[in-house]
Design a protein. Sequence first.
Length: 217
Amino acid sequence: MIPPYAAIIVAAKTRTPDEVATVIEAGATHIGENYVQEGMQMQTSLGPKARDITWHMIGHLQKNKISKALRTFDVIQSVDSVDRARAIDARVEPAGKQIAPILVEINIGSEEAKAGLSPDEHEPFEEYMEQCAEEISRLEHVRLEGLMTMGPRVGNPEESRPYFRRVKKIFDQISALRLDRVDMRYLSMGMTNSYHIALEEGANMVRIGTAIFGERG
Protein backbone atom coordinates (compact mmCIF):
# COMPACT_ATOMS: atom_id res chain seq x y z
CA MET A 1 0.00 0.00 0.00
CA ILE A 2 1.37 3.41 -0.99
CA PRO A 3 0.81 6.07 1.71
CA PRO A 4 -0.98 9.25 0.59
CA TYR A 5 2.09 11.44 1.05
CA ALA A 6 4.14 9.44 -1.48
CA ALA A 7 4.06 10.21 -5.21
CA ILE A 8 3.96 7.29 -7.61
CA ILE A 9 6.00 7.73 -10.78
CA VAL A 10 4.54 5.34 -13.35
CA ALA A 11 7.60 3.93 -15.13
CA ALA A 12 6.48 3.75 -18.75
CA LYS A 13 9.58 2.23 -20.36
CA THR A 14 8.55 -0.05 -23.30
CA ARG A 15 4.85 0.48 -22.54
CA THR A 16 2.35 1.41 -25.24
CA PRO A 17 0.39 4.67 -25.38
CA ASP A 18 -2.80 2.67 -24.78
CA GLU A 19 -1.35 1.20 -21.59
CA VAL A 20 -0.23 4.61 -20.35
CA ALA A 21 -3.56 6.19 -21.28
CA THR A 22 -5.30 3.56 -19.18
CA VAL A 23 -3.27 4.38 -16.06
CA ILE A 24 -3.86 8.10 -16.62
CA GLU A 25 -7.59 7.46 -16.79
CA ALA A 26 -7.23 5.50 -13.54
CA GLY A 27 -5.74 8.55 -11.85
CA ALA A 28 -1.98 8.57 -12.51
CA THR A 29 -0.49 12.06 -12.46
CA HIS A 30 3.27 11.35 -12.74
CA ILE A 31 4.82 9.47 -15.67
CA GLY A 32 8.51 8.57 -15.96
CA GLU A 33 10.37 7.83 -19.17
CA ASN A 34 13.94 6.54 -19.54
CA TYR A 35 14.66 8.08 -22.92
CA VAL A 36 14.01 11.53 -24.33
CA GLN A 37 12.77 10.28 -27.70
CA GLU A 38 10.33 7.84 -26.11
CA GLY A 39 9.00 10.62 -23.88
CA MET A 40 8.42 12.87 -26.86
CA GLN A 41 6.68 10.11 -28.80
CA MET A 42 4.53 9.13 -25.82
CA GLN A 43 3.33 12.69 -25.28
CA THR A 44 2.52 13.08 -28.97
CA SER A 45 0.57 9.81 -28.96
CA LEU A 46 -1.37 10.70 -25.82
CA GLY A 47 -2.36 14.14 -27.13
CA PRO A 48 -4.50 16.10 -24.65
CA LYS A 49 -4.10 13.39 -21.98
CA ALA A 50 -0.42 14.34 -21.67
CA ARG A 51 -1.11 17.93 -20.64
CA ASP A 52 -2.18 17.29 -17.05
CA ILE A 53 0.70 14.93 -16.31
CA THR A 54 3.99 15.76 -14.61
CA TRP A 55 6.66 14.17 -16.79
CA HIS A 56 9.86 12.85 -15.21
CA MET A 57 13.11 11.95 -16.94
CA ILE A 58 14.30 8.90 -14.99
CA GLY A 59 16.93 7.45 -17.35
CA HIS A 60 20.48 8.52 -18.11
CA LEU A 61 20.54 11.92 -19.79
CA GLN A 62 23.15 12.50 -22.48
CA LYS A 63 24.46 16.04 -22.84
CA ASN A 64 23.37 16.25 -26.47
CA LYS A 65 19.77 15.50 -25.43
CA ILE A 66 19.50 18.12 -22.68
CA SER A 67 17.69 20.76 -24.75
CA LYS A 68 15.08 18.26 -25.94
CA ALA A 69 14.73 16.89 -22.41
CA LEU A 70 14.02 20.35 -21.03
CA ARG A 71 11.25 20.85 -23.56
CA THR A 72 9.80 17.39 -22.86
CA PHE A 73 10.08 16.82 -19.12
CA ASP A 74 8.98 18.77 -16.07
CA VAL A 75 11.56 17.15 -13.76
CA ILE A 76 14.93 15.58 -14.55
CA GLN A 77 15.61 12.96 -11.88
CA SER A 78 18.83 11.57 -13.32
CA VAL A 79 21.43 14.32 -12.88
CA ASP A 80 24.58 12.35 -12.20
CA SER A 81 27.19 15.08 -11.80
CA VAL A 82 27.67 18.76 -11.09
CA ASP A 83 28.88 19.13 -14.68
CA ARG A 84 25.55 17.73 -15.92
CA ALA A 85 23.71 20.22 -13.72
CA ARG A 86 25.80 23.04 -15.19
CA ALA A 87 25.04 21.86 -18.73
CA ILE A 88 21.32 21.85 -17.92
CA ASP A 89 21.57 25.31 -16.35
CA ALA A 90 23.09 26.71 -19.56
CA ARG A 91 20.23 25.38 -21.68
CA VAL A 92 17.21 26.27 -19.55
CA GLU A 93 16.52 29.74 -20.96
CA PRO A 94 17.11 28.75 -24.61
CA ALA A 95 14.57 25.95 -24.03
CA GLY A 96 11.99 28.56 -23.03
CA LYS A 97 12.02 27.96 -19.28
CA GLN A 98 13.15 29.92 -16.25
CA ILE A 99 13.88 27.07 -13.83
CA ALA A 100 14.56 23.36 -14.27
CA PRO A 101 13.73 21.17 -11.25
CA ILE A 102 16.28 18.37 -10.88
CA LEU A 103 17.13 15.46 -8.62
CA VAL A 104 20.68 14.21 -8.18
CA GLU A 105 21.03 10.51 -8.91
CA ILE A 106 23.08 8.42 -6.49
CA ASN A 107 24.46 5.01 -7.44
CA ILE A 108 24.42 4.02 -3.79
CA GLY A 109 25.56 0.45 -4.45
CA SER A 110 28.51 1.64 -6.60
CA GLU A 111 27.44 -0.71 -9.38
CA GLU A 112 29.43 -0.44 -12.60
CA ALA A 113 26.39 -0.83 -14.85
CA LYS A 114 24.45 2.03 -13.25
CA ALA A 115 24.73 5.78 -13.60
CA GLY A 116 24.81 8.18 -10.68
CA LEU A 117 27.28 9.47 -8.14
CA SER A 118 29.04 6.53 -6.53
CA PRO A 119 30.32 6.29 -2.94
CA ASP A 120 33.26 4.14 -4.08
CA GLU A 121 34.47 6.98 -6.30
CA HIS A 122 33.84 9.89 -3.94
CA GLU A 123 34.52 8.97 -0.32
CA PRO A 124 33.91 10.53 2.16
CA PHE A 125 30.64 10.44 0.25
CA GLU A 126 28.41 12.41 2.62
CA GLU A 127 30.81 15.35 2.51
CA TYR A 128 31.13 15.07 -1.26
CA MET A 129 27.36 15.19 -1.69
CA GLU A 130 27.13 18.31 0.44
CA GLN A 131 29.77 19.94 -1.76
CA CYS A 132 27.82 18.98 -4.88
CA ALA A 133 24.65 20.50 -3.46
CA GLU A 134 26.50 23.70 -2.62
CA GLU A 135 27.87 23.95 -6.16
CA ILE A 136 24.47 23.28 -7.72
CA SER A 137 22.90 25.92 -5.46
CA ARG A 138 25.01 28.55 -7.23
CA LEU A 139 23.39 27.81 -10.61
CA GLU A 140 20.81 30.37 -11.62
CA HIS A 141 18.35 28.26 -13.61
CA VAL A 142 18.46 24.91 -11.81
CA ARG A 143 16.61 24.05 -8.60
CA LEU A 144 17.76 20.98 -6.69
CA GLU A 145 14.60 19.32 -5.35
CA GLY A 146 15.92 16.05 -3.99
CA LEU A 147 17.76 12.79 -4.57
CA MET A 148 17.06 9.70 -6.62
CA THR A 149 18.48 6.20 -6.26
CA MET A 150 17.57 2.77 -7.55
CA GLY A 151 19.31 0.82 -4.84
CA PRO A 152 21.48 -2.18 -5.68
CA ARG A 153 20.08 -5.13 -7.57
CA VAL A 154 19.59 -7.81 -4.92
CA GLY A 155 17.49 -10.93 -4.67
CA ASN A 156 16.01 -10.07 -1.29
CA PRO A 157 14.59 -6.50 -1.17
CA GLU A 158 15.41 -6.36 2.55
CA GLU A 159 19.08 -6.18 1.58
CA SER A 160 18.38 -2.76 0.04
CA ARG A 161 17.47 -1.27 3.41
CA PRO A 162 20.91 -0.01 4.55
CA TYR A 163 21.48 1.58 1.15
CA PHE A 164 18.17 3.43 1.23
CA ARG A 165 18.87 4.46 4.82
CA ARG A 166 22.19 5.98 3.80
CA VAL A 167 20.59 7.99 0.99
CA LYS A 168 17.96 9.29 3.44
CA LYS A 169 20.77 10.42 5.75
CA ILE A 170 22.40 12.32 2.88
CA PHE A 171 19.03 13.83 1.95
CA ASP A 172 18.59 15.09 5.52
CA GLN A 173 22.13 16.50 5.64
CA ILE A 174 21.61 18.49 2.45
CA SER A 175 18.22 19.70 3.68
CA ALA A 176 19.84 20.98 6.87
CA LEU A 177 22.24 23.17 4.88
CA ARG A 178 19.32 25.42 3.83
CA LEU A 179 20.99 26.42 0.60
CA ASP A 180 19.60 28.95 -1.86
CA ARG A 181 17.84 27.39 -4.86
CA VAL A 182 17.78 24.05 -3.04
CA ASP A 183 14.37 22.76 -1.96
CA MET A 184 14.76 19.17 -0.83
CA ARG A 185 11.22 17.99 -1.44
CA TYR A 186 11.63 14.56 -3.00
CA LEU A 187 13.44 11.40 -2.03
CA SER A 188 12.87 9.13 -5.02
CA MET A 189 13.78 5.58 -4.03
CA GLY A 190 12.54 2.12 -4.79
CA MET A 191 10.93 0.27 -7.67
CA THR A 192 8.43 -2.58 -7.96
CA ASN A 193 10.49 -5.09 -5.97
CA SER A 194 11.79 -2.68 -3.30
CA TYR A 195 9.45 0.29 -2.97
CA HIS A 196 7.95 -0.92 0.31
CA ILE A 197 11.41 -0.99 1.90
CA ALA A 198 12.22 2.42 0.41
CA LEU A 199 9.04 3.90 1.89
CA GLU A 200 9.91 2.53 5.31
CA GLU A 201 13.31 4.22 5.01
CA GLY A 202 11.93 7.63 4.12
CA ALA A 203 11.13 7.71 0.40
CA ASN A 204 8.26 9.97 -0.60
CA MET A 205 8.45 9.14 -4.30
CA VAL A 206 8.63 5.66 -5.85
CA ARG A 207 9.05 4.56 -9.47
CA ILE A 208 6.81 1.61 -10.32
CA GLY A 209 6.23 -0.12 -13.64
CA THR A 210 5.71 -3.88 -13.40
CA ALA A 211 3.41 -3.73 -10.36
CA ILE A 212 1.13 -1.39 -12.32
CA PHE A 213 1.30 -2.77 -15.85
CA GLY A 214 2.20 -6.39 -15.19
CA GLU A 215 5.18 -8.24 -16.62
CA ARG A 216 6.38 -7.17 -20.05
CA GLY A 217 5.27 -9.46 -22.83
